[in-house]
Design a protein around this ligand. Sequence first.
Ligand SMILES: [Zn+2]
Length: 159
Amino acid sequence: MVSSADSFRLSWLGWWRLVGQLRRRGRGIRESGAFLLGHRHSGPGVVTDFVFYDEIDPDALSRGHVHLSGQALGKVWDRCGVRGLEVLADVHTHPGSAGQSDSDRAYPMIAIKGHTALIIPAFARSATNLRGVGVYRHLGAGNWISLPSPKAGWRGITF
Ligand SMILES: [Zn+2]
């Protein structure tokens, strides 16, 4: 089910950094992606750290669409364990619009119920086009729902 317990917040500075990194790593010609790490103490989660796919898997962006090895996923869990964080969401870019592809739906980066996947359109060219960002929550067994666009506030962006 959709629960506000799964929502999370990212500061403006964090968002600009994230979008800038995704844009640079994709170079306008290929998809790039990252995990958003953070914590949930009370209320919505707070993103404090990113792990970019090409940091943990040199081949992650080489196919044009993002892809991670199982070994790379292990590195994410390790980093979470060391820093006491959890994966709050994943994000990747698309060349065009932010609709989920068949493979996005069929192969979630993390196949956990309640996991959130973000898609940033146009290879993350714009950090201000929040309405263009796709927000999807995994309901399990390959089922997803599309959530409203991220909400901008003075403390940051809520997904
Ligand atoms: Zn995709």
